[in-house]
Each structure stands twice: as C-alpha cells, then as structure tokens.
Design a protein around this ligand. Structure first.
Ligand SMILES: Nc1ncnc2c1ncn2[C@@H]1O[C@H](COP(=O)(O)OP(=O)(O)O)[C@@H](O)[C@H]1O
Ligand SMILES: [Mg+2]
Length: 147
C-alpha cells in the first residue's frame, strides 16, 4: 500500500514545478529543528524537464534525503539539481556515518532509485565509506528538445 502511494504523481509537481516541489519536500523534513545544516542548490532550468523525468527526480531526492535522515547521523546535507550537457544531475550528500555496501545490503529504497534512473537511461553512482558520509550522484538524460 505504501508503495502504491509512493508511485503516484506528487501533486505539487503539476502546480509548482520540480524546483519548488523539491524545496517543499525538503522543508517538510524540518532539518533546521534537528540542527542539520542544509546546502541546497536547484537550477531553475530543471523545471523544463518532462513530467516522467521530474517525477523520477522528485522521488529520487525524497528517498535519498529520507535515507540520510534515517541512517546517516549527519550534521550537514547537500542537495543539488542542475542540468549538465544533456542530463539532469541530482546529487545528495551527507557527512554522516556512511556504510559498507558489501555489508549493508541495498534495500528497496536504493534499488528503487537505481531502477527509476535506469528505466530512463540514466545511472546512479553511490560513493561511501564508513565515517566518510554518503554521496549519491544520479544522471538522467533529457531528450534534446526539452533543454
Ligand atoms: N545516507 C546514508 N547513510 C548511512 N547509511 C545509509 C545511507 N543510505 C543508505 N544507507 C544504508 O543502506 C541501506 C540500504 O538503504 P535503502 O536501499 O534505502 O533501504 P532501506 O532504507 O529500506 O533500509 C540502509 O539500510 C542503510 O544501512
Ligand atoms: Mg531507504
């Protein structure tokens, strides 16, 4: 059931666009109140990508920020979205405890991120080490006409 709800289109996307929707999603995590510093950069240009890509991008950011808050014991979170050549690039980085990808099995969250990106011809790069935080970089190609 939870999964079904997750698959639905976030309503804010239609009304406010990808940038404002992600800003809203992140502010709902109340990072400030938890003493977590946020560095957020979202290029206005991300609003121009087609819906299928903006839904995927929104869900990817939501899962990665959720993971950071659930596991990382972080002090600082960096989130950025921008257009680089023909790709939308999503980067979510924390300075928390990190994990060992060999020991901590990738769960539904991260495999969902991978699936979403790959179904759109994109890729995910997870960079982490114990005590060195987690940096996840996602690239999804945008059809040329949309940039
Ligand atoms: N930002 C993070 N910091 C530390 N550990 C993480 C982070 N993100 C993911 N992990 C680890 O990777 C595992 C897999 O994450 P995920 O695929 O989202 O599964 P789930 O959230 O369902 O456990 C988590 O259980 C956790 O151990
Ligand atoms: Mg998760």
């Amino acid at each position: 059931m939870h999964d079904m709800i997750q698959r639905l289109r976030p309503e804010a996307l239609d009304m406010f666009g990808l940038k404002a929707s992600i800003e809203q999603c992140i502010s709902a995590f109340h990072l400030n109140e938890q003493g977590i510093e946020l560095e957020l950069y979202i290029d206005d240009k991300v609003n121009a990508v087609e819906e299928i890509i903006s839904i995927a991008s929104y869900r990817i950011v939501q899962e990665l920020v959720n993971n950071a808050l659930k596991y990382a014991k972080l002090a600082k979170l960096k989130v950025s979205l921008f257009i680089d050549s023909n790709d939308i690039v999503i980067c979510v980085e924390d300075d928390g405890i990190g994990f060992d990808p060999l020991k901590n099995k990738v769960g539904f969250g991260l495999s969902g991120v991978d699936e979403r990106a790959r179904s759109l011809g994109g890729m995910v790069d997870i960079n982490t080490q114990i005590d060195e935080g987690v940096k996840v970089l996602v690239r999804i190609p945008i059809p040329q006409t949309q940039i």
